[in-house]
Design a protein around this ligand. Structure first.
Ligand code: CMC
Length: 429
């Protein structure tokens, strides 16, 4: 029962709308009765002012630059946790015990192989296919390989583990196949991140030894991407899931949404932008000026965020990781210097200051991925693997929420009013 109400007067009618208060004090007006009682709907393109659900998973405060999963600050997870543990936290709502973590790792290993028939699919994608398109199609195809229904919580746990483990294998596999190289199988003696690196970079002629610092950096990278509440790809997953479509189809939709350059695809675009600056010798000042021009659709990639109106806490951590890992790997990347100069120039420019545009997670992440050896067209795939725990947890939460319905917003029709059909013979040329 609500204890607080907002008063709304429309057409002389007064309406008491319940106010919902979240555990961190966020307030929302519950407008579910609005259309039925007044005939009005709300108008909010991009849903910037719309709360689509109640959620226990992730808390963000965009003004203060706060991000927490299940209450735990992202800084603490990035510093002390592993991706596998954070994924468990996000999906199950609590940190695992030692035994739960061991069991979880065994299950991840058990599920790490990919059906050999899937390789045939891969081989038949055109050579220039983007890995995100392939990944989206392959995750959807998983349903055909694992058609059993998901009826119990145990079934859900199994599917969650399957997705976390197999998508990682599939990503590495698609890279190997795209290069025409032999696929490297997962190894039970490697941790989740080390296994991925090994599947990516090991070869019969050049054995790969996962380096501890690189493994740690990859853990951090994936932790930073693990969930981000109601972002575009998560909403895609939930929208598809709300129709009671299966989880593979739902996550495949999320992968497609993430591919977009305003969302996860920005990490690839940032590196392309920095490379272009490096190769062309363009001045930082000109690049900042170009990004501000209304007649030019090119934005400063890796800058700005719908929710964060201050520095993205993930970008802060990513920048620190770059500063630590690049020297350790003896990588001297000129793009890191360009990124820092660009950040400094933008953060002291009134356009970016007035609009609260700060670096987001994608600004420095590509530099880290490059240093690790990940090819640019795989960057968004790396984001997708990291975002899996969030998609899985949010899909489940939405599916289990008795207040949720099929996602189906309304519109305000602005087209022609009733117009008679004119047969072809009578239409003027
Ligand atoms: N460069 C230049 N101008 C910008 C930028 C940018 N990167 N971002 C926003 N603006 C301007 C925009 O032109 C608009 O100006 P005006 O009010 O004069 O029309 C104003 O700032 C507000 O922008 P918006 O597009 O209305 O804001 P939004 O909340 O709809 O968009 C965003 C958020 C992330 C799509 C946008 O900031 C952007 O396009 N950034 C570049 C792409 C990018 O880095 N995306 C990764 C996001 S973080 C990873 C993830 O979680 O997806």
């Amino acid at each position: 029962m609500a204890t607080e109400y907002a008063k709304l007067i429309i057409d002389g009618k007064e309406l008491q709308l319940p106010v919902i208060t979240g555990t961190e004090g966020e307030k929302a007006i519950d407008i579910r009765s609005l259309r039925q009682t007044t005939g009005f709907i709300t108008y909010d393109p991009g849903f910037g002012n719309t709360g689509s659900c109640k959620s226990d998973i992730t808390f963000m405060d965009g003004e203060k630059g706060i991000l927490r999963h299940r209450g735990i600050p992202i800084e603490e997870l990035a510093e002390q946790s592993t991706f596998v543990e954070t994924a468990y936290l996000i999906i199950n709502g609590k940190l695992p015990s030692r035994q739960e973590l061991i069991t979880n790792s065994i299950l991840l290993n058990d599920q790490s192989m990919v059906h050999e028939d899937m390789q045939i699919f891969y081989q038949n994608f055109p050579r220039l296919s983007h890995p995100m398109g392939i990944l989206s199609a392959m995750v959807n195809a998983l349903r055909s390989f694992y058609p059993e229904l998901m009826q119990t919580d145990e079934d859900f746990q199994k599917v969650a583990i399957r997705l976390l483990s197999k998508v990682r294998t599939m990503a590495a596999m698609s890279y190997k196949i795209s290069r025409g190289h032999k696929v490297i199988y997962p190894r039970a003696d490697y941790t989740y991140c080390a296994n991925f690196l090994n599947m990516m970079f090991d070869s019969p002629v050049n054995p790969y030894n996962p380096d501890d610092d690189v493994v740690a950096a990859l853990n951090t990278f994936w932790i930073l991407h693990a969930d981000h509440e109601q972002n575009c790809s998560t909403m895609a997953v939930k929208t598809v899931g709300s129709a009671k479509a299966n989880i593979y189809a739902s996550i495949s939709a999320g992968i497609s949404a993430l591919w977009g350059t305003l969302h996860g695809g920005a990490n690839q675009k940032v590196i392309e932008m920095l490379t272009e600056i490096h190769n062309s010798g363009a001045s930082i000042k000109d690049v900042v000026e170009r990004a501000k021009r209304k007649d030019n659709p090119v934005r400063l990639m890796g800058f700005g965020h719908r929710v964060y109106k201050t520095y993205d806490p993930r970008a802060k951590i990513m920048k620190k990781v770059c500063d630590k890992v690049l020297p350790k790997l003896k990588v001297d990347d000129p793009l890191l210097d360009i990124a820092k100069q660009l950040e400094e120039a933008a953060l002291s420019d009134s356009y970016f200051i007035d609009k609260n545009l700060y670096p987001n997670v994608d600004f420095y992440s590509g530099i880290l991925l490059r240093a690790i050896g990940i090819p640019t067209n795989m960057f968004t795939v790396m984001f997708a693997i990291g975002r899996l725990p969030g998609w899985i947890a949010q899909w489940k939460e939405n599916n289990d929420d008795p207040e949720q319905k099929i996602i189906r917003p309304r519109q305000i029709y602005m087209g022609e009013t009733v117009t008679p059909y004119v047969p072809l013979s009578k239409r003027l040329e």
